[in-house]
Write a protein that binds this ligand. Structure first.
Ligand SMILES: [Zn+2]
Ligand SMILES: [Zn+2]
Length: 340
């Protein structure tokens, strides 16, 4: 049995990737150790790389799109077993005692932890996770596909399934990238009339292949007019990181429609509130989901044939993989793979 492991860490805000050897961590009460098989590189990992998370402690191993197998159980873990395939996502556990937890709203726990931010994540051969942050991975799902579902997947899946849209409603996905290419697939599989919106023509064939009934090229068309031709969108899932583009979308909503924003653009939105009032429409954020939500995402994806499009990099090439994610050129999720 190995007593050492390889990990990729950041030791200061803005620091470079460091490949290091560390002692194998031991799970404490209520925790498990996961042998990592794949870990997605998410745009939110920039929070660790650049030190943008308040109170972040270094060195830190990022990574919150983890898929692997339990290889050691801490005391008191009864619902999970050694060898079981598990995912660990952005939601890194909750306290069970705060006001929100007492109401059962674990995602809103005031003491919630974030994997790879508050504790070391999956850019390593092994990691420690609280048992309450584990999602079981269905047998049919390869680890490199399960990884991206643990943040990107659950975020858009959970946003859409809680959006209030019903089968047959018009749901638009703005931006066909890391989040959007999954959003289009989920929207289609949930039974919505699915509209993909992106700049240019080059992503049209792909968007249609992913299940979009309609494609709007935002450089050649008036997006709002096109959406209103369909009666307006009950939900617009805004995934492109452009504040002006997102702000303009409110006029494309149907009465009572919602502009859902699961990922923050750098700049504030500038919203025409009169437009919101006239349509009784709203704009809302969406925050990830619990481990059970992630497990639902994995199971729904297998059931309905939703797949992430991925580019794989071995852990040794983490700097290259991260740069590829950050360039915006990845199609569409970058995933670290492990050969241990
Ligand atoms: Zn993420
Ligand atoms: Zn709590």
């Amino acid at each position: 049995m190995n007593t050492r492991m390889k990990a990729a860490q950041i030791s200061k805000a803005g620091g470079d990737w460091e490949l290091v050897e560390r002692d194998l961590p031991q799970p404490k009460t209520g925790q498990v150790r996961v042998r990592v098989e794949a870990c997605g590189i998410c745009h939110s990992d920039v929070l660790v790389k650049e030190g943008l998370w308040p109170g972040l402690q270094y060195p830190r191993v990022p990574g919150h799109e983890v898929a692997g197998r339990i290889d050691e159980l801490g005391d008191g873990v009864t619902a999970w077993s050694k060898g079981q395939r598990v995912g660990v996502g952005w939601h890194g556990g909750h306290c069970f005692v705060c006001e929100q937890c007492r109401r059962g709203d674990f995602a809103m726990c005031v003491n919630r932890k974030v994997t790879g931010v508050d504790f070391d994540g999956g850019y390593a051969e092994y990691m420690i996770a609280p048992a309450n942050a584990l999602a079981a991975i269905p047998d049919e799902l390869p680890a490199e596909e399960a990884g991206p579902f643990m943040c990107a997947g659950v975020t858009v899946f959970n946003a859409l399934r809680n959006s209030g849209a019903r089968a047959g409603d018009v749901v638009a996905v703005h931006g066909i990238g890391g989040l959007g290419h999954l959003g289009v697939q989920y929207a289609r599989q949930m039974g919505f009339e699915t509209v993909a919106i992106n700049r240019g023509q080059d992503k049209q064939p792909l968007a249609q292949q992913l299940g979009a009934h309609h494609y709007i090229d935002a450089t050649a068309n008036d997006v709002v007019a096109e959406l209103q031709k369909l009666g307006g969108a009950r939900v617009i899932l805004a995934t492109a990181p452009s504040a002006p583009a997102i702000s303009a979308l409110v006029d494309g909503l149907s009465p009572g429609g919602t502009l859902l924003v699961p990922a923050a653009p750098a700049e504030p939105l500038s919203i025409n509130v009169f437009s919101l009032i006239l349509r009784r429409s709203s704009i809302a954020g969406w925050y990830s989901g619990t481990a059970k939500d992630s497990q639902d995402t994995l199971e729904f994806s297998v059931l309905s044939g939703v797949h992430p499009l991925i580019e794989k990099y071995p852990l040794d090439r983490v700097a290259e993989g991260y740069a590829q994610m950050h360039s915006g050129k990845a199609r569409f999720r970058v995933v670290l793979t492990f050969t241990n």
